[in-house]
Design a protein around this ligand. Structure first.
Ligand SMILES: Nc1ncnc2c1ncn2[C@@H]1O[C@H](COP(=O)(O)OP(=O)(O)OP(=O)(O)O)[C@@H](O)[C@H]1O
Ligand SMILES: [Mg+2]
Length: 344
């Protein structure tokens, strides 16, 4: 029996679908698919573009052989307001009212324009008066949520849950609370987000509007290429010093440096807050841009922290996953995390 929702990750350039079955700690791969996002994607306001998005999604569902109508979707970090806030231990009812005060501090737009959501990341079981709990505060623009709902229902599907991409990412990459402190960098086409996890719990998140498309633009400008050519060169050579006199790497470097500089700020924040208590042991790179040749070495060398490329399939018991899909792990991180969601 499989009535669990599938995961749907609508990116600026690609849409990913992942469907799992089984049970928690024993997931079984059922199917997955990646399709290109229609040109205007989620950015257009026109009903025709929304219709096209819906058609692309419903065709993807059919092509992937997904037979459930229930779906979990993720909102991109750069389209919502998120913050991990530390609060005293509160009951659900107390939290419900307290969260508004937090939101007023952190969300820079009128609260009447956003849907507020929160999830408790960590609440001690037997709290002492000094204990705190970590809560992820999310403010999603009402218009954005409505747009997702319209498109998904036009695609003949039902949204079971909506969360932010970083939560899905953490779920698929961080298996349990014994996992060492980790810095996740998720780089898509137009957005990049970070998460720091400690004892398996996210304690920090940040996002910026930067990604693979900016790399393409830089390569296209520096080498006088079309955007399609730049994409080809990027995938072939990446951040390598040797090819084409290092030109591709040189064009790419400023983008990676601007991500790196935010990573360093986040690391400094973490170190200051947690002292030498639990240093970050590894960086995990996710999202399509994590496949950039040489990107792992770039972050490892510049941060001094061991760096790995995300493999969201690692924690799946079933090994019946096609090789091509295994090899492109970083693409699927968010969709896998979404598909894992309702097993908790
Ligand atoms: N082998 C590769 N080397 C370098 N970059 C790659 C490679 N494969 C894909 N990319 C880049 O990854 C990006 C797409 O990644 P991903 O699918 O995670 O983004 P998205 O979800 O469409 O965008 P976003 O999350 O920003 O909305 C593109 O910029 C693409 O050029
Ligand atoms: Mg994405």
């Amino acid at each position: 029996m499989n009535k669990k929702p599938f995961g749907l990750d609508i990116g600026a350039t690609t849409i990913k679908l992942v469907w799992l079955s089984g049970e928690k700690n024993n997931f079984i791969y059922k199917s997955s698919l990646i399709v290109p996002t229609p040109l205007k994607g989620m950015l257009s306001e026109s009903p025709m573009d929304e219709e096209q998005m819906a058609q692309t999604i419903s065709k993807g569902v059919a092509d992937a052989g997904i037979t459930t109508k229930e779906v979990n979707v993720a909102l991109a970090e750069n389209q919502v307001y998120t913050k991990v806030v530390e609060m005293p231990i509160l009951s659900d009812k107390e939290l419900r009212s307290a969260i508004y005060w937090e939101a007023e501090q952190y969300i820079p737009v009128p609260l009447s324009n956003v849907t507020l959501a929160w999830s408790i990341l960590k609440k001690p079981e037997k709290p002492t008066p000094l204990d705190k709990m970590q809560v992820l505060l999310v403010g999603a623009p009402i218009a954005l949520v409505a747009k997702y709902q319209r498109i998904i229902s036009m695609a003949g599907l039902n949204i079971k849950a909506m969360e932010t991409e970083i939560l899905s990412t953490v779920r698929s990459l961080i298996p349990n609370e014994t996992f060492p402190p980790t810095f996740i960098i998720s780089i898509g086409a137009i957005s990049t987000s970070f998460a720091i996890t400690r004892s398996g719990i996210m304690v920090f998140t940040y996002s910026m509007s930067m990604g693979g498309s900016a790399i393409n633009r830089a390569i296209a400008t520096d080498l006088n290429l079309t955007s399609a050519q730049a994409e080809e060169y990027k995938k072939a050579y990446g951040f390598s010093e040797k090819t084409l006199g290092g030109k591709i790497g040189k064009a790419t470097e400023p983008i990676l440096n601007s991500i790196l500089s935010e990573v360093k700020k986040s690391l400094a924040f973490y170190t200051q807050k947690y002292k030498e208590d639990t240093p970050i042991r590894q960086i995990i790179l996710s999202g399509g841009t994590a496949k950039l040749p040489g990107i792992g070495i770039f972050f490892a060398n510049n941060s001094g922290i061991e760096t790995a490329i995300a493999n969201p399939w690692k924690n799946l018991a079933s090994q019946s996953i096609p090789k091509e899909i295994l090899d492109n792990g970083p693409d699927y991180t968010i969709a896998v995390g979404l598909a894992m969601r309702d097993y908790e």
